[in-house]
Structure formats: C-alpha cells, structure tokens
Design a protein. Structure first.
Length: 160
C-alpha cells in the first residue's frame, strides 16, 4: 500500500508547462479624403413638391419626381472621396441615416436617402479606392430660389 501512495503522489504532483506566443501586425491607418462635393446642379422648383435623385457614380445621373424640373447639368457631381489604407483590405461604409438640411439664407431643403458606390463594403486595391456618394434632394413647392443651398454631411469608413 505504501508503494501505491508514493506512486500516486508522484503522478498528482507533476505539472506541464506550454509556451504561447503573441503576434501583432501594424497596418496603415484607414483614411478618407474628400475630392469633390455633391452637386445636384440647377433645379427648377414647380408648383408641387418634388425630388431630385442623384446617383453615386463617377458620371452621376439625375432623375426627378413631382413638380421639380432639371436645369443645367454641367456642374453635377456625386460627392467623391478617396479611401486609403492597407493593401487589399475591406472596409465598411456608413452614410447619414437621417435628413441633412441645406440652406440658402433663411431658406431650407433636405437631403436624404444617401447611397454609395461601392455600397456597404469597399475593397482597397493597392491601398486605395474611390468612393462615390449620391442622395435625394427634397424640393418644396415653389421653393425659394437662391444662389446656392449648402450644408454638410458625414461619411465614415472603418476596416472590417
């Protein structure tokens, strides 16, 4: 019996050590640089409310609903950003989810239903990608004319 207890004590008292390792990779910060502002171009307000939809593209298209008509289109542009970062990383795109107010003096309009290209998730190629943002402009009936209606909105990108 003594031998059994001694053998049991030796087995119970044994411990095993294993080594782990820690690793980290330092990658470039993700960056977002605006290269062009969103511009719906010239818009003509009608007797009834309407909208102007601007697509998210290098050469955006406009369409209208309601009483709104399209004027000059030479200055039309989607908001354009350059996303920079690490190699071929993917990133998420967050656009405004509520109305953004643009103003000309005391007059206001809203911009909403923001879209982007790419949409939702982007893929860097060689560390960069162009991001286009479009939206819908809401024009009131007999909206007051003004030299320019302006406002700002935020776009956020983050590595996935």
């Amino acid at each position: 019996m003594k031998k059994s207890l001694v053998a049991l004590a030796i087995i119970v008292g044994v411990s095993i050590v294993a080594a782990g390792s820690a690793n980290a990779a330092i990658i470039a910060d993700i960056t977002l640089t605006k290269t062009a502002d969103m511009n719906f171009g010239d818009v003509i307000a009608g007797a009834t409310l309407g909208t102007v939809v601007l697509t998210a593209a290098a050469s955006p298209e406009r369409s209208v609903t309601g009483g709104t008509e399209l004027g000059n289109s030479t200055s039309v542009s989607s908001a354009t950003f350059t996303v920079g970062g690490e190699g071929t990383s993917t990133y998420s795109i967050t656009l405004p989810t509520s109305d953004v107010t643009i103003t000309s003096g005391e007059n206001e309009m809203t911009v909403n239903t923001f879209t982007s290209s790419p949409s939702g998730t982007g893929l860097l190629s060689g560390g960069t990608q162009t991001l286009y943002v479009g939206a819908t402009l809401n024009v009131a009936a007999d909206q007051a004319s003004g030299s320019n209606y302006t406002g700002s909105f935020n776009v956020t990108v983050a590595y996935n």
